[in-house]
Design a protein around this ligand. Structure first.
Ligand SMILES: [Mn+2]
Length: 337
């Protein structure tokens, strides 16, 4: 979207919210960005004295440290009657089905008369809303919420903490490349001045791991293979999260240790982690070190960002690795800036 389109859409979103009432906010399968953004959006609407319900299809006990986390209604979004709302706001969801588990075949039913606002930063987002504010160049949906509402509302300490959590999570503590950090760090500075609890976020998001998480990361690293196709070098590892009692929805925060290490390996261009799920499904997670992985994930029916992307496919690990090799032989991956 062009800057002009974004400016126009931003005003239309604010106008729609000011003139309407009765909102539901929905987030994608949960990570720091989706949850922080959801909580901030709920408070923004409450501040505007709108009636609002905030939904997550997944239980999220590890986010209890975030202010107002009790606002989440934990309910599978395929079972919610959205006819009771005038407006739905989807956050961080490239598609409405992203509010459900990636292996789910259920769908979210949106009544025709319901107005849909879609705010997201995935490069693979479909323009499914009546209003779409989609900026793939942005670090996070949290950053977009600041861009839209930052001057429009009072930034309370709780909004500040939730938005900073979104930004810190989706930038991996400002470590992912390719973003305009001059802009993002300016926002972070404002949020900290407004009372965002940086310490709490970093401690909870990055330095609070169960022993089972450490054991799983150890196995992921032990099973890691080094591969090379032409000029491209990459690591691959297969690890079964089920064995460690880790669900797909909680898995995003469970591999920080593994990623820290694979991202630091000299000469590696990207990494792929393979998790066998149920019924022959594989969950794939790509991380780019020197090359973009969004197109790679897209090739395997997924999507995401240049530095971090994922997918769920029907295949065996061996067959997938073979297909990956063939794809790399025929395609040149984009360099990360
Ligand atoms: Mn995000």
């Amino acid at each position: 979207m062009t800057n002009q389109q974004l400016k126009k859409t931003k005003l239309e979103i604010i106008d729609r919210i000011n003139k309407s009432d009765n909102f539901a906010v929905l987030i994608s399968d949960p990570d720091d960005d989706a949850i922080g953004s959801g909580l901030a959006m709920e408070e923004i609407l409450a501040q505007k004295e709108k009636s609002v319900k905030l939904y997550s299809s997944f239980d999220i006990p590890e986010y209890a440290f975030l202010p107002r986390s009790e606002k989440f209604i934990i309910q599978d979004t395929s079972t919610v009657d959205f006819g009771q709302f005038n407006n739905l706001i989807f956050l961080d969801s490239s598609d409405p089905s992203r509010t459900l588990d990636s292996i789910s075949e259920r769908s979210v039913r949106i009544p025709k008369k319901t107005f849909v606002i879609n705010i997201d930063h995935h490069s693979t987002t479909t323009m499914f809303g009546n209003l779409n504010y989609v900026v793939p160049e942005s670090t996070s949906t949290g950053e977009l919420l600041f861009d839209i509402f930052g001057k429009e509302i009072t930034i309370t300490p709780s909004i500040a903490t939730n938005l900073l959590c979104a930004i810190i999570g989706d930038t991996n503590c400002f470590k992912y490349p390719t973003y305009d950090y001059a802009h993002t760090l300016e926002i972070a500075s404002i949020l900290i001045k407004k009372g965002a609890k940086h310490d709490d976020i970093v401690k909870n998001a990055f330095y609070t791991n169960d022993k089972k998480v450490i054991d799983m990361n150890t196995e992921a690293l032990k099973n890691m293979h080094y591969n090379r196709v032409g000029n491209i070098s990459y690591t691959s590892t297969v690890v079964d999260m089920k064995k460690y009692g880790i669900t797909t929805s909680s898995s995003r925060r469970s591999f920080h240790i593994y990623y820290e290490i694979v991202q630091s390996i000299k000469g590696i261009d990207f990494s792929v982690r393979i998790n066998p799920l149920v019924d022959g499904l594989l969950k794939l997670s790509f991380r780019g070190r020197t090359v973009a992985v969004d197109k790679l994930a897209e090739h395997f029916d997924g999507g995401g960002h240049k530095a971090a992307a994922g997918s769920t496919i029907q295949n065996t690990p061996e067959q997938f690795l073979e297909e990956l090799k063939n794809y790399l032989k025929s395609t040149k991956l984009e360099k990360l800036a």
